[in-house]
Write a protein that binds this ligand. Structure first.
Ligand code: NAD
Length: 472
């Protein structure tokens, strides 16, 4: 049976929602200067006041190196804030649209208004960046927000709550910690927008709950992101970037390369170079490395090692790594993996990279297209024709050519999946749009032509309508 929140917590959730609903127009009508001041305060808290606490929380949650916290949590939030501060005036400005000649005497424009009371549900793998990133967009657009961070990273969630409570009144931004039961209680409420980051399975639960209130959703989901290394790729740089992008955060990244196809003529060279890079990055025993983090908990470590055992039982060969110890899993490269093994039937979300070879790129494309649309598809190639061919014949939320993961860092790019890997986009302007309603406004200035064709219909008016149809 599902766990439920106790009645006191449920009451507090409902009271907070009601308070935000009552306060939404006050928040919406804050000046651009006031919105910017809130964003600056958030950035100051993350980058300076709470930086050490954030680092300590992430170390306690999954031994995340401080350098990774700086780069992949704080720097990302800082960039989101920077982008919003720079462009907010332009994003929020009424946008004139042209007027067709048949509507002469009027003008039309788009007004970007906040959606209202929003819910952000975030995952554990980048707790700060995936909570405060969307929060920046929501504040920039003028919304009130309730946040539900992940229960899997309790130290990080506690710091998120502390920061929000220091900076905001609960009738503007509030945090409710907890697991499924807290999410479920929140999802019963008629929010105006839900921004969810997590797995496709839970994404479906969120969308179903949102449908009850016809609430719009942004779903930032996951799935299996393939990487293709063709016969023209530069192997040294490919190996370096792949090892970084796959084993950062112990592979617990929605856009990490999930599995790899390498052209058969480059297989041996790439594997040798990847093995060298692993030693360069994490030493002979990565368990002792300060640059390598842990799985978030033993349950997830057991899940990933279960996939590896299943693959090995079906004939796979571990060619690097394979060791594990509680929350530690060594960076693992594995070949000869059966396509029906659990390693290939699930998003791995851990430090294991299955490697396949190919001769004909069209077979790879057919295999990718037979699965769900990935959140990211990576191509390593020095041949533009090959790259274009793959781009034209596949679908993915994002693509990075000759690198991986770094598309997330460019706030000018829309970030998000497609169908099973997500609905809607985030980051920068796209994040602002996700939390805004583009309200179409039409203003009649002087009597328009339409007034000449209003009932009762006479022969003259019928002629005018016929002329309108023919010429406008
Ligand atoms: P998850 O879906 O298990 O949990 C995400 C959030 O949903 C958490 O706050 C959790 O408490 C809540 N939740 C869990 N079960 C729920 C339920 N039944 N009803 C309502 N809420 C529920 O995901 P996770 O394990 O935290 O994160 C891993 C997944 O997230 C992976 O699939 C990964 O690819 C994806 N992800 C996507 C992105 C992206 O930007 N697209 C980023 C990070 C992670």
């Amino acid at each position: 049976m599902d766990k439920i929140v106790d009645s006191k917590s449920k009451e507090l959730i409902q009271q907070t929602f009601a308070a935000q609903k009552a306060n939404q127009y006050t928040i919406a009508n804050c000046t651009i200067k006031e919105r910017k001041a809130k964003l600056k305060a958030l950035n100051k808290a993350v980058e300076f006041t709470y930086r050490d606490k954030i680092r300590a929380a992430m170390m306690a949650d999954f031994k995340k190196p401080a350098e990774d916290v700086d780069l992949n949590e704080i720097f990302i939030i800082k960039n989101e804030v920077k982008e919003a501060l720079h462009h907010l005036g332009q994003w929020t400005r009424d946008q004139a649209v042209s007027t067709p000649i048949s509507l002469l005497g009027s003008k039309s424009y788009i007004k970007y208004e906040p959606k209202g009371v929003c819910l952000i549900i975030s995952p554990w793998n980048f707790p700060f960046n995936l909570t405060f990133g969307p929060l920046v967009s929501a504040i920039a657009a003028g919304n009130t927000v309730i946040i539900k961070p992940s229960e899997m990273t309790p130290n990080s969630s506690a710091v998120i709550k502390e920061i929000v409570e220091e900076l905001f009144e609960p009738n503007e931004v509030a945090v409710f910690e907890g697991a499924v039961e807290t999410s479920t209680a929140l999802l019963e409420l008629p929010f105006n927008h839900i921004f969810f980051t997590g797995s496709p399975g839970v994404g479906k639960i969120v969308m179903k709950a949102a449908a009850k209130n016809l609430c719009s959703v942004t779903l930032e989901l996951g799935g299996k992101s393939p990487t293709i290394v063709d016969e023209t790729a530069s192997i040294k740089s490919t190996a370096k970037r792949l090892i970084w992008g796959k084993f950062l955060n112990t592979g617990q990244i929605c856009i990490a390369p999930d599995y790899l196809y390498v052209h058969e003529s480059k297989k041996e060279e790439l594997i040798a170079e990847m093995k060298n890079t692993l030693v360069k990055f994490f030493g002979e025993n990565p368990e002792n490395s300060d640059s390598y983090s842990r799985m978030v908990n033993t349950k997830h470590a057991e899940r990933v090692m279960g996939y590896v055992k299943d693959a090995v039982a079906k004939g796979a060969k571990i060619i690097a790594g394979g060791q594990s110890n509680e929350k530690y899993i060594a960076p693992t490269l594995i070949t000869d993996v059966a396509k029906d093994s659990s390693l290939m039937m699930n998003e791995i979300f851990g430090p294991v990279l299955p490697i396949f070879t190919f001769r004909d790129i069209n077979e790879v494309i057919a295999e990718i297209n037979a699965g769900e649309k990935p959140l990211a598809l990576y191509i390593y190639s020095s041949n533009n024709k090959n790259t274009d061919h793959i781009l034209k014949n596949t679908r993915a939320g994002t693509t990075c050519i000759n690198n991986n993961d770094v598309q997330f860092f460019n706030g000018n790019l829309p970030f998000g999946g497609s169908n099973n890997s997500g609905i809607g986009k985030s980051h920068g302007y796209y994040g602002f749009l996700a939390f805004s309603n583009a309200r179409g406004v039409y203003k009649q200035i002087i009597p328009g032509a339409i007034e000449m064709i209003m009932p009762p219909y006479t022969d003259f008016k019928r002629k005018l309508i016929a002329l309108t149809l023919k010429y406008f």
